[in-house]
Design a protein around this ligand. Structure first.
Ligand code: FES
Ligand code: FES
Length: 160
């Protein structure tokens, strides 16, 4: 049992780097990534599991990191937008750029991480309907969705 004010040790691998730290038990994963690790590419849009701006990959599955506690990721492997392209643009990022699939960019890291998960699951056989369904938990307030769909379709056809 954790006493009030006590912190909990966690170990996570993020973008291939092992981190150990102590967090308050109620700290959200998104705040651990942004505030403790400085990985501010992951955004907080709503804090209520609605917008998807905070999407990251945890142990191979996409998760909304505002919906998990940091302690729930203990022992896990996380991929954030910073780790996606390995120092250059990932094909999904290129496709978003090619198709003008972003304006302010606030939703984009979450869109891209969710797209990464979708394409990993479905590959190049993904249909427009599956893309729309797969991104239904990610909200964009700028672009409308048509160019985002086009970007995902383009990315699905490019070999990584
Ligand atoms: S900030 Fe996590 S879903 Fe909006
Ligand atoms: S590009 Fe602005 S919210 Fe999506």
């Amino acid at each position: 049992m954790v006493k009030p004010g006590e912190k909990v040790k966690i170990k996570v691998k993020v973008n291939g780097v092992q981190y150990e730290g102590e967090v308050p038990p109620r700290k959200l994963l998104v705040h651990f990534l942004r505030d403790d690790l400085g990985l501010t590419g992951t955004k907080v849009g709503c804090d209520t599991t609605t917008c998807g701006a905070c999407t990251v990959i945890l142990n191979g599955k996409s998760v909304k990191s505002c919906t998990l506690l940091a302690v729930q990721a203990d022992g896990g492997e996380i991929l954030t937008i910073e780790g996606l392209g390995n120092g250059k643009l990932h094909r999904i990022q290129e496709a978003f750029s090619n198709n003008f699939a972003l304006q302010c960019g606030f939703c984009t890291p979450g869109m891209i991480m969710q797209t990464y998960y979708l394409l990993k699951e479905k590959g190049s056989e993904i249909s427009e309907e599956e893309i729309r369904d797969g991104l239904h938990g990610n909200i964009c307030r700028c672009t409308g969705y048509q160019n985002i769909i086009k970007a995902v379709e383009e990315a699905s056809k490019v070999r990584s």
